[in-house]
Unconditional design. Structure first.
Lengths: 433, 188
């Protein structure tokens, strides 16, 4: 699993030795996130976001369990119980604001984590499984976040639930029965609220399970790094503890600083005021929008305003929205370039910064706006680019691109030379060029 | 024969090429599999609408107070229901439209009961993304075609609640209903 030079766990205390021969849990931790796990020495700040995501998950689980002690999942009193948490429960406001903004923070972190993967080619062999499990975690996060947003049973909760479950109604023939089965009724009501609550409590623990698999799969080849050159020798790595734990700790501090600033000084900045109006099935809010982290996908959903051959526009929008994430599952096989890191891929880099990033930002902006022109046209163009990026541009770029020369090793990229380099590394490449 | 098979060692076949152990193995896995699948029936169907939800799935509405040109909003299956008493002018406007030119071609007669063409009963649920259209309440915007207007994404419905403009794919849904009497209509 690990590199041959990884530190071996040697418990000195008799109790730890006794433990090690019966339940080697400390050894497991030592090898996974301790001094027994060598990581590349050149990891930059983008590599802190996996750890930050873990912090967010912990934060959400703890604040969520506390909220569950005071919340009532009943359509008649759910809204009031949330207000009860805000006004009457000791520190309830802090728990709720931490949880609501924790979800946003989690998505900020996870989006950076995902785009780190896009740019540095973290999905490439031998780490395809790490990537696939990551996409599964992201899908679970989306489901969890959506159902959590329904729980306060405000106007946006109700109409969000109605629109999203209505998507299943677009499926031919079985759509309507599926929708009624999902809701346990003809429209979102008590049955739907209860099951969403049950699943909102369950899914985070499923996420924890898949995170364990994600880290397990990562530790087989070891962490990737900004050069994309695999670890070759001991001089390329440092032990995870104390070196990278310290850097993660510093990143966590910086992250919590920003997070706390939002929780304490702008707790409703990312929320929608309509969700402070109790759910009313007889009146629709003027603008139904999901939380900001779903805006790009919502824009893709709404960008299909025309029938596509025999597929109706609504179904097409639903298919496109789900495909926009499912396409990530195929990424390791769409990008055929043998060079992992975008740093050494001049053409890929251009499409990443001037194509993919702007298209996602435009989609996000349009998804939060009214479904009218010019936003429809903008989201159609951006959605077209988004799909083209993965299905057309990546395969073509990876076959025609001439990558920049790679460093011989991680050590060389850090120190400028590596004694083990057969041809003298960069110097030899420079002479050849 | 059966007795012979019973005395044979498990590896020996029963005479017809079927080994006794294979048979038991397949039978056991099949029984456990069918039993396991059977437990899915209650686990899945518990999520379907429950008896109390289904019990409320039909509604009776008194329509005697609705004058021509007026409409009311009622609640049907926890969703808004529009009941509209069309004026002769509105009926004429609906019948004047070339049905072939519609996105979801239907005549007013197909959307109402015989002899009661003035009673237009539809769900108040926009077929685009499920918003509640305006036009049933007093003083609400009725849109370009004098029917209903959805404020969410601008779908416009005519006086037969047929989609005429905007993103919605279908006409407002006409639920199942019967006239119990001239003044009581039972929906669902």
């Amino acid at each position: 699993m690990s590199f041959p030079w990884a530190n071996d766990y040697k418990p000195s205390h008799p109790f730890m030795q006794w433990m090690d021969s019966r339940l080697p849990l400390p050894r497991f931790v030592y090898d996974a996130i301790g001094a027994g796990y060598p990581v590349p020495r050149n990891l930059n700040y983008w590599w802190n976001f996996g750890f930050l995501a873990l912090i967010c998950l912990g934060l959400q689980v703890v604040t969520g369990i506390v909220l569950a002690m005071h919340y009532a999942a009943n359509a008649g009193i759910a809204f009031d119980s949330v207000e009860h948490i805000m006004r009457d429960v000791n520190w309830g406001w802090l728990m709720r604001y931490s949880h609501a903004n924790g979800a946003s923070a989690f998505f900020v972190v996870i989006y950076i984590h995902i785009f780190r993967g896009f740019y540095f080619g973290s999905y490439k062999p031998p780490r395809e499984m790490v990537w696939l499990l990551g996409v599964v975690i992201f899908l679970l996060m989306m489901a969890t976040a959506f159902m959590g947003y329904v729980l306060p049973w405000g106007q946006m909760s109700f109409w969000g639930a109605k629109v999203i479950t209505g998507l299943f109604g677009a499926i031919p023939l079985v759509g309507e029965p599926i929708q009624q089965w999902l809701l346990g009724g003809f429209a979102p009501d008590n049955a739907a609220l209860n099951r969403f609550y049950s699943l909102h409590y369950l899914l985070p623990f499923v996420i924890v399970g898949v995170v364990v698999l994600h880290i397990w799969a990562l530790h087989i080849p070891g962490s990737s790094n900004p050069t994309g050159v695999e670890v070759k020798s001991e001089s390329d790595t440092v032990p995870f503890y104390p070196f990278f734990i310290a850097k993660d700790g510093w990143a966590a501090l910086a992250f919590l600083f920003v997070y706390c600033a939002v929780v304490f000084f702008a707790p409703n900045m990312l929320g929608h005021p309509d969700n402070y109006i109790p759910a009313n099935p007889m009146s629709t809010p003027a603008l139904i929008v999901p939380e900001w982290y779903f805006w790009p996908f919502y824009a893709i959903l709404r960008s299909f305003t025309f029938d596509f051959f025999f597929i109706p526009a609504k179904l097409m929008g639903v298919l496109a929205m789900f495909s926009s994430i499912l396409i990530w599952f195929f990424l390791p096989w769409l990008d055929r370039s043998p060079v992992r890191s975008g740093k050494y891929r001049p053409l890929f880099k251009k499409f990443f910064w001037y194509g993919l990033i702007p298209s996602v930002l435009v989609l996000g902006y349009c998804g939060g706006s009214h479904a009218a022109e010019p936003y429809l046209m903008m989201s159609q163009l951006a959605a077209f680019y988004y799909f083209a990026h993965f299905l057309i541009i990546l395969p073509i770029v990876s076959s025609i691109e001439r990558p920049d020369p790679l460093p011989f090793s991680i050590t060389e990229s850090v120190l400028g030379h590596d004694d083990k380099a057969a041809l003298g590394g960069k110097a030899a490449l420079g002479a050849a060029a | 024969m059966a007795q012979d098979a019973g005395l044979a060692t498990p590896e020996m076949d029963a005479g017809d090429g079927v080994r006794r152990r294979d048979f038991i193995n397949i039978a056991a896995v099949a029984a456990a599999g069918v039993g396991g699948l059977a437990t899915l029936v209650p686990l899945i169907s518990q999520m379907a609408p429950s008896a109390d939800v289904l019990a409320e799935s039909s509604t009776e509405v008194d329509i005697s107070a609705i004058k021509p040109g007026q409409a009311i909003k009622a609640m049907y299956r926890k969703q808004p229901l529009f009941i509209r008493n069309l004026t002769p002018a509105e009926i004429a406007a609906a019948n004047k439209v070339d049905v072939g030119s519609l996105r979801d071609p239907q005549t007013l007669d197909e959307r109402t009961k015989e002899g009661k063409t003035n009673w237009l009963i539809t769900l108040g649920v926009c077929t685009h993304l499920g918003c509640v259209p305006l036009g049933a309440g007093e003083g609400e915007v009725k849109g370009e075609f004098g029917g209903y207007f959805c404020p969410c994404h601008g779908s416009q419905y005519d006086t037969a609640a047929r989609i005429r403009k905007g993103p919605a794919p279908k006409n407002l849904e006409v639920p199942e209903y019967v006239f119990n009497s001239d003044t009581i209509v039972k929906i669902g």
